[in-house]
Design a binder for this molecule. Structure first.
Ligand code: CA
Length: 226
């Protein structure tokens, strides 16, 4: 892909919209700001966007309705912005279909990191992962600056899944599917135990560079440096 990705920012608070646009623009992307849901609907129908940052509470048409409508028309990545953490499960669920979310108030740097992660998935942001981790599948080892962590097969697969989608939250169900080939029934607590062990092992070789973060009530992700 060539040129800059074009990002639609739908946000009725002009200050927040402008701040988001400034940071995204500084990161090298084109932005379009709209302040009403119905306006967003019209622009989305007429123009091509590579990503949408979508506030939940909007005049005209609300963000939930817009997200479902955009999702029905396109696979464009959608990052929802909400003030209420209890809505997150629903936003990321199949019915609404957002790809990621940010809770207000959010830091512009965090927004840039999330956008980058979504665009990377779409093939926009090229380059090698900056994690510095060398995954050696045959040896079930993760090597960081010469120090090796020996992993179990399940830990190795969980780590591979997180790194393959840096910055993207994976639910426990998605991690279970990635970790076990035989579709066995595994409890959430089992995944949490594997995750705890994996994080401990990586901490011993990576220290603070270990990027696994738990996202309360949702799952885990490998944090992307902005
Ligand atoms: Ca709003």
């Amino acid at each position: 892909m060539s040129g800059a990705a074009r990002i639609l920012i739908v946000e009725d608070e002009p200050k927040i919209a402008r701040l988001a646009a400034d940071y995204l623009h500084a990161a090298g992307w084109e932005t379009v700001q709209v302040h009403r849901g119905d306006e967003a609907e019209a622009r989305f129908a007429d123009e091509a966007f590579d990503l949408v940052v979508l506030d939940l509470m909007l005049p005209g048409v609300d963000g939930l309705t817009l997200c479902k409508s955009f999702r029905a028309q396109s696979t464009v990545p959608i990052i929802m912005v909400t003030a209420r953490v209890e809505e997150v499960d629903r936003l990321l669920g199949l019915e609404v279909g957002a790809d990621d979310y940010l809770c207000k108030p959010f830091s512009p740097r965090e927004l840039v990191a999330r956008v980058k992660a979504q665009l990377r998935r779409q093939g926009w942001v090229r380059g090698t992962p900056k994690t510095g981790l060398d995954l050696q599948e045959d040896a079930l080892r993760a090597v960081y600056e010469g120090a090796a962590a020996d992993l179990t097969r399940v830990e190795f697969r969980i780590l591979s899944a997180l790194l393959a989608q840096e910055g993207v939250i994976l639910s426990r169900d998605q991690l279970i599917a990635a970790a076990y080939e035989d579709h066995r029934v595994v409890s959430d607590r089992t995944i949490d135990t594997h995750m705890k062990n994996l994080r401990r092992k990586l901490m011993t070789v990576m220290g603070d560079a270990m990027g696994i973060r738990s996202v309360y009530g949702v799952g885990y992700r490998w944090e992307v440096e902005p």
